[in-house]
Each structure stands twice: as structure tokens, then as C-alpha cells.
Design a protein. Sequence first.
Lengths: 358, 279, 333
Amino acid sequence: MLYREAGDFKTTYSLDQQTFPIRSERWLFWLFIAFAFLVVPFLINDYWNKAVLMPLLIYCMAALGLNILVGYCGQVSLGTGGFMAVGAFAAYKLMTSFPGMDMFSVTILSGVITAAVGVLFGLPSLRIKGFYLAVATLASQFFLVWMFNKFAWFYNYSASGQITAPERTIFGYAVTGPNTLPWATYLFSLTIVFVFAWVARNLTRGRLGRSWMAIRDMDIAAEIIGVSPLRAKLSAFAVSSFYIGMAGAMFFANYLGAAEVTEAFGIDKSFLVLFMVIIGGLGSILGSFLGAGFLVLLPVLLKNIMVNQLGWPTDLAAHIQIMLIGGLIVFFLIVEPHGLAQLWRITKEKLRLWPFPY
Amino acid sequence: MNVHLKPIHEIRMTRPDDGIAPGKPLLVVDNISLAFGGVKAITNISFDILKGEIRAIIGPNGAGKTSMLNVINGFYHPQEGTITFRGEKRSRMRPHVAAHQGIARTFQNIALFKGMSVLDNIMTGRITLQNRNLFWQALWRGPAEQEELEHREAVEHIIDFLEIEHIRKTPVGRLPYGLQKRVELGRALAAEPSLLLLDEPMAGMNLEEKEDMSRFILDVNQQFGTTIALIEHDMGVVMDLSDRVVVLDYGRKIGDGTPDEVRNNQDVIDAYLGVSHDE
Amino acid sequence: MSPALLNFIEIFMNGLMAGIMYSLVALGFVLIFKASGIFNFAQGVMALFAALTLVGLQTGQVPFSHLINAIFGTDIHNWGEGMNTVLAILLAMAIMVALAWAIERFVLKHLVNQEPIILFMATIGLAYFLEGLGDLMWGSDVKTLSVGLPSGGSFWWEDVTREWAAAGSEYFGMYIDLLDVSATVIAIILVTALTLFSQYTATGRALRAVADDHQAALSVGISLRTIWVIVWSIAGFVALVAGIMWGSKSGVQFSLSLIALKALPVLILGGFTSIPGAIVGGLIIGVGEKLAEAYVGPLVGGAIENWFAYVVALAFLLFRPQGLFGDKIIERI
């Protein structure tokens, strides 16, 4: 009786539409959230925070954003790194220009600014599709990185070209700058990710989400039944960039503390996040989390095994890691194009029917 | 035996009435010509569709029937001629604007959203009737959820009407052809259109499925008062269902009238029997 | 002629020759896209991989030596003095064919009938895999590649062009890299050979048949899988040539695969299915980029070469979504 429903007894449509239809699953979810919010902050140390938890949360955010664009709306983008950079630099400029602004506002506003930039670079999607669009988004990637490199105003004319996050506190606890405590940055990022994951779920289950999916599945038919491609595509670019911008802001302010644009937000970031979305599952909120988790944890694990246990040189481990990730992408596309989320769904189905599969 | 009769009354009319009295022209096509590059798809075609009628468009393959529907819902833009819908002459418009004005459509080659469930497909049909903004949608609880539930209820009536309750959560890609056609009709109905365009709704169906589909079409027309334009190859169906028929051949109109008139029209007979034109 | 004009000509010519290098990479993309509808993102990495393999063979490196050393605690690096360049090129080519076979066998075969975008993403995965594999086999240090092509500036050309300048003006002649000249010659030979191959051989005809219509080609008894292996082998060959040229020019290193990204705007200009398009597109991008860097770059802080090509391609797409040589797209429903 662990994972069961006794029959289809839903009496209202709102019950039929809930996120976790099975009670034990709902419990599991809230238990997990409670653990993340109430227990983890007491266990956390600096290594876990820096090596696992913060990258995990930040990439979850970025993957959520990209999944909205690629997975839900079907517009392939290779500009994620560039948009993360916009978020990071927006956060930096906001923090240095308005020292009194609290970090929640800074992060969300950075997202809003990135959303505006995203809409601008999303305009070509109205004319071009598929691979052509993917190439066009490369333009935004390279252009944005170049721009943040070339115009000193963006990094406040610092000699190194780096941006460094000043200290900002929330309820008296530092979440940026050199004096942060692991649990404070963790809780701050967790809150943002939790809230906006919930928002993403809401957006994707309603009218807007359906208009995105309609464009993804068959754009011409979508337009004929009344979806405005302009609004659907640009809103997807806006919402997606909003998330990616916030991820960039957190990546810079809460995680790195200091960043140099070519190094932190290069094209490899774009690919990494795209891989997370593919491995996790296109068009799935849960998939974004699974994909991010997989690609954040796998390298940590591999590094631990190969470098710490076997004593291999780091560069060798890095090569094997790249190879493995590439191989896994291909493997997933072959075995399950819908990613980890679909595997999870199938497992659940099996679990529901167990032990009588028919 | 008409168990499906009741639900259709319960589909609420969300869209305001189109203000055209029954029997008056809902859509007037005037002197439309359409060409791709040098190839003429449609030449000087005029006809009208009256409010409340079932209007069939027939003709041999390549006669320009689908192109005509594409012109009506704004997907193709004719080089010449005008279209008047609900008394308003319209200029170049995007298809989604036509949809908002109340023109819904099914497709010759099924154009469902393959990654979505039956329910979501039909819900998408109501996209023109939903209007909660981004903020409410992000919040969900409150107005957005309420709107969603109202529309869900209306969609459930359509699902009942089309007798597809058992597959509502199935991804449409997994459904057999006949059911997909039915879901597509459901998606078009969900928009509560004033004018419903059906492009070969019965192509590839067996007799029983055709009978079901014919019954749905007649019910929609009679109970709901929806005006229907229909492309169909099955002459039996066309003659039984439609009030008036337009016949196209090589992009020109060669006949227009009641099924009986058209049946006895010499040009039409020639076109169908393949007699070459003398001129 | 005035020095300004001569300068312009010099930039233009260098642009043309840089463009040829882009075309070489773009050519590989086009071949695969035509035959299988796959947008092969890994083409650039294939060039890198081919070049790495060639250098490794030439210098007699032991493949996977780092891995072997790490596992067995040995210290092996080379197995000898290396081999003759021609032999190394032939062997590298054989490895590229084996790679094509492996890609068909382990990847493409399992992805038949998937949507193009899935295949596209699979090739991104493939690109990562190959990059890791190349580094693992041959190490990731920057290597110099020399296959005996002439390189360096041409003094003859410098002298000739100095004569052109108006008497008394300060002009010291044009710089032209011999390596670029040989690249141009090789590219011309390559394109001619490919054209002849596809026009006059049975395999070539089969390739064109498949490019036209998969189903129809299958129905007349052409084996799609064999064709794919052949096409990927040819693309591997083109990658090897591109790898040799790029590698001789700027060293064999990871950034080679990034340079290959520049082939993407070339494809957008020329269209995904047109070989002449790939050539012309490459030339336009090459020239445009060099001119922009020289005349627009200084106004905005320089280094615009990084993104200029993409923006040109983007602007172009907005006005002509079907590319230079493509047919107008009529959408149907």
C-alpha cells in the first residue's frame, strides 16, 4: 500500500489537475522540501555548499529556464551562457549602483532585465525556425560576451575586467561577498528556486503553457486555432531568459563572488545547460531538476573516484568526463528521448501496478 | 437514442453572438485570386456562406479547395479580391486574428499537437476565450485556476458529446486515425466558432466512423447553430449533409447551388467524368 | 594605386582566403545534411579529431598513453620516430572511415525516424564524445602540425605589389600567407573532385538519389545505411583536409573546434544543401569579417570578428529565410 490509489475517485476538476495526484507522492514531495529547508541548513558545510548544493540550485534554475524555451516552446537556444552573463552583470550593476537594495530584489530585477534582452534576441524566432534559429542564438551568445568584455562601464572600469560582488545581507546574514555562511547562501538560493519552480509549474499548466506547446508541436496549426506566434514565442523567450538571468545573477553573486565573463559564461555553459535539459527531459519541470542534478553530481562523483581514489591526473579525469557526458547524451537520446523524467514516469506506472503488471 | 444531445446544450456560449441573422450571409468571398509564383491556385472565385447553413466545397484533387479554406482563415493572402466576414471587409490578416473573430478549422492531414493529451489539445482550442494575464497565471490560485476550471468544464461537455471520455488523458499521438479526427473536431468546437471549416473530415474513415462523424456534424449545426463549410470527397455524404454546394475545378468555380442543382449541372458532370473543356 | 586602395585589396584577399577555410568546414556539414538530413554539429570536432590523429601518428605517439600510464603506472609516450606524412594521412583517413562506420553503427542506426532536432542534439553529444576521445587518445596540449605545405609570407608578392603603389608613397607591399594560398588550391581541387565524384560515379548518383528522396532511393534498392557510412566517411575526409589546413595555420588545439562554429553562419548564408552555397557563403563571411574588423572594429573597440559573422547571418536570415540559393518556402497545411 505504499504507492497506490484505490481507484479514480476525483470529484472535482481541480482535484484532477493537481500536481501530485497520488497521496503518498504528495507526502514524499513535502517531506523532501521540509528536509531541504529545515534539515540541510544544519548539516551543510563549505565543501558541500560550494561543490554540490549551490551549483545544483543554480543550474536547476537555468535548466528550468531553458526547458521552458526548448522543451515547452520548441525554440532551440544556444545562448544560455550569454543570458546568464546578462543576469550576472545586471546584478553587479544593481548592487553597485543601489547599495541599499536587498538581494531578493536584485536577483529578481536582474531576471527582469535579462527577460527584456531575451525578448530582443528572441525576435528572429518570428522569422526563422529550427537549426537556423539555433545558429542565430549563437550570435547572441558571442555578441553578449564580447559586449561585456569590451565596454568597461559594465565592470565599473575595474582593471582586471572582473566583476566582484560586494557584501549584501538578508536579515543581517551575508549572502554575497567574502563573509557568507554556507547555510545562508544555500537557503537564499533554495527559496528563490522553490518559489520560481512553483511559478514555472503554474505557467506551464495553464493557457500560456498550452500556447507554447502548441507552437512547439505544430506552429502553423497553432496559429490557425488562435495562438499568436508573436506572443507565444516572445513570452517564452522572456520567461526563459528571466529564469536564466536569475540563475546568472546567483551564479555570480552568491556562488562565484567574482567573475570574468569569457571564463564564467562561455559557450560551454550554453551546452551544459542544454545537456541538462535533454538528459532530464524536454518539456518537464521535474526533468530540469533531474538533468541539473545528474550533470552536477556526475562530475563530482567521477572526480572523486578518478582523482581522489585512483589518483589519476585531473586533466585525464576531465577528458574522460567530457567523453562520458557526450556519450550519455547520445545514449539518452537513443534510449529515452524524453529523458530521466520519462524514466521516472514509467517507473511510477510500474510501481502503481506492482505486483500485478496487467 | 441520441444520448449525446443533452450535453451540447450545456456548452456555454462564451463568445458573443456574431450579430448576423440566420439566413443572411456570414462570409462573402468576392472575386478571389491566389497564385504562387506563376502558378494560379484560385482564379476569380466568388461565393457566400449563409449563417446557419452547411456549405460544401467539392471538386477534383488540386481544384483549390484547401487553398480556399486557407484564404478564408488568413493563412494565404490572395492577390486579388475581398473577403467579408460578419459584415466587415477585411484586409490582410494573420490566421490567429481570424481565429479570434470566430473561424475555427480542422485539417486534411491531421494537425493535432502530438506532444499533448487529448484534454490539452481541446483546451488549447479555447485559447481565444481565455484571457488571464501572466501575473495571475504565475500565481495560479485564484482567477487563473477559476478560469481554467470553467473552461475545463466546457471542454468536458465537448468530450462527452464526442464520446471520447475514455481517452481524455491519452497523448494524441497514440490514438488511431479515426479518433484523432474526432479530437480535432473537438478542438475546433472548443473555440465556439461562428464559422467552422472542415477539411475532409471523413477522409480515410470506414463507413461506421463516417456515420458517427456525419451525426456529429449535423448535431453541431442544428443544436449549436454553427455555420459549417465542408470539403469532402464522399458525394453521398455531401449530398446528404449540405444545404448548398460550391464546385471548384482547376481553381475556378464551375457550379454553385443546392445539391440537386449541382448534380444536374453539365459542367460539374464533365469535370467529374473527365471530359475535356472545349474552350 | 593609392596605399588605401591597396590596403583594401589586401584585406579583401585575406578575407577570401579565410573564407575558403570556413567553406572547407561548411562543406562537410552540407554533405551530411544533403544525404541524411542531419545537421552535424560534430563536423568541427571531427576536423580537430582528424588533425589530432594525424599529428599523433606523425610523431609516433602512443594512443591513450595518459590513461595507460595512469592505470598501470607505466611511463610510455612514443613508440618510435613516427611515420612518413603520406602514410600518416592515409592511416588517419582509415581511422576517419572507421569512425564513420562506428557512428552509423552505434548512433545513427538507432535514431532513424527521430525528429531532426533530436538528431541535431545527438551530434552535439557526439561532438563532446569525440572531443573527449581525441584528448584522451592524444593529450590536450597544443601541437604543431606540418605536412610540408609552404607557409609564411610571400616575398615575391610583396615586391610585386610594392611596384603598384604610387611612386613616393609609403607602401611596403601586401602580405599574403603561402599556407592560405595552398589551402585555396586544395579547396578547389577538393570541390572539383567531389563534384566529379557525385556526377560520374554510381555511388555519387546513389548519394544524390538519397539526398533527393530517402523513400524513393530505398525503393530502388539503395542501402541507406551504406550510403550513410560513405557520406560520413567523405565528411570525415573533408574534416581531415580542413583539420590539416587549420592545424597547420594555428596549431592543433581545442579552439579548432570553436573555429568550426564559424561554419554555421556560412551555412545560413549558403543554405544547408548547396555546395556552391557553402563556398560562396564562406567567401562572403570571410571577406565581410575581415573588412568589418579593419574598418568598423576600431570604432567599437575591436575583436568583433567573434560575432560579426553571426550577426551578418542573422540579418540575412530576416530578409531571406531560405538562404542564398534556396527556393522560396511555401508553407502548407
